[in-house]
Design a protein around this ligand. Structure first.
Ligand code: PGA
Length: 252
């Protein structure tokens, strides 16, 4: 009942012309993939070109970050109203934002509420680091991230929120969490917390993605799991063939 979502997080990669080239390279393959929501999240500077290119396609567009105010003296920031014109989704609370840009759960919470208020679908990223994982604290860390990021964020339709479980030690390292391990965390920790906050009806509709070194050759293992509704893909989303392969793997 949850449509799989395959999302590409391009991070700090591609100039505008390179982005156009990559979209043109992946579009024909992605268009052939049915029953899967396909999403790309290029850098801000490529969003308007991407929006024009994808206009008549089945491929959706998202941003990688956003500020929580709508306007004002916030040099260098991009607001939800600016994004709303161009895209449907926004990645929030990615571990790289938390680590390199000091984003706390409180800041992520403000961003989540601002996105929802402007009809953008947040992809909320949560996940434990290696030390927490080894100390058996993954569930605690994830629980705190989810509860603090979602406090006061009202959702009545589970399709208006996506959560990505990304164990930090598996991002860009080539060291992916096992499909069984990721599924266990999603089933036993992430989903029950969401259902506790929003009720089972809404909670069961929220899509929960896995992220961390997903590639065309391991995607099927993840998508075959009972509770993994898709993937947030970094490195492999920068190669047309890889990303199309991942989207194909999500087809039922
Ligand atoms: P990766 O990145 O696929 O390169 O590990 C995932 C992410 O950070 O969203």
């Amino acid at each position: 009942m949850r449509t799989p979502l395959v999302a590409g997080n391009w991070k700090l990669n591609k100039t505008e012309s390179e982005a156009i080239e990559l979209i043109n390279a992946m579009m024909p393959g992605l268009e052939k993939v049915g029953g899967v929501e396909k999403l790309i999240c290029p850098p801000f500077i490529a969003l308007s070109s991407a929006a024009r290119l994808l206009n008549a396609s089945s491929i959706k567009l998202g941003a990688q970050n956003m500020f929580y105010e709508t306007e004002g003296a916030y040099t260098g920031e991009i607001s939800p109203t600016m994004l709303k014109d161009l895209c449907e989704y926004v990645i929030l609370g990615h571990s790289e934002r938390r680590e390199y840009f000091g984003e706390s759960n409180q800041i992520v919470n403000k961003k989540i509420k601002a996105a929802l208020a402007h009809d953008l679908i947040p992809i909320l990223c949560v996940g434990e680091n290696l030390a927490d994982n080894e100390a058996g604290k993954a569930a605690d860390v994830i629980s705190t991230q989810l509860r603090a990021s979602l406090v006061g964020a009202n959702i009545f339709d589970g399709s208006k929120l996506v959560v990505a479980y990304e164990p930090i030690w598996a991002i860009g390292t080539g060291r992916s969490a096992t499909a069984e391990g990721a599924n266990r965390v999603i089933r036993n920790v992430v989903r029950p917390i969401l259902s506790g906050i929003y009720g089972a009806h809404v909670g069961n509709k929220i899509r929960i993605l896995y992220g961390g070194s997903v590639k065309a050759n391991n995607a099927k293992e993840y998508f075959g799991m009972s509770d993994i509704d898709g993937a947030l893909v970094g490195g492999a989303s920068l190669k047309a063939e890889e990303f199309v392969g991942i989207a194909e793997a999500a087809q039922k």
